[in-house]
Design a protein around this ligand. Sequence first.
Ligand SMILES: [Zn+2]
Length: 150
Amino acid sequence: MENDGMEYATISERVAYIKGLAEGLNVKESNEGRVLAEILDTLKMIAFEIEDMSERQDDIEEYIVEVDEDLGDLEEYVFEDLEDELLDITCPVCDSELEYDIDEIDDDGNVKCPVCGEVIELLCDCDEYSDESDELESLEGLDDTDKANI
Ligand SMILES: [Zn+2]
């Protein structure tokens, strides 16, 4: 039983092997024999289902690899395109028509107008931002007043 030579067999092959063993028992016409035959038929069905599923899984894995490669190609295409793209901006201070390369935008999302030197913020809603910092300053101001009172 420890080494029946079936370690590397498929489930179907093992089921067929057990069926052979069962037939050698000569219990076919007994109640136990009928139960055993029923169990083996069910095992055979399970084996078939599992083998069918792993075939499908192999197909899906192959498909995912293909989709991943296509996605890589698409990313390359899109990002190459983006790198070539120039941003058209009108300076809010001096009204100069400006063109910027993606590389010229700094880490904070700002570019500098070469005509008047204005730093143009591309990524933030500037009105909202200055409102918040005003509010913050007035709160700090209150704090200082409170400290002075103590
Ligand atoms: Zn300007």
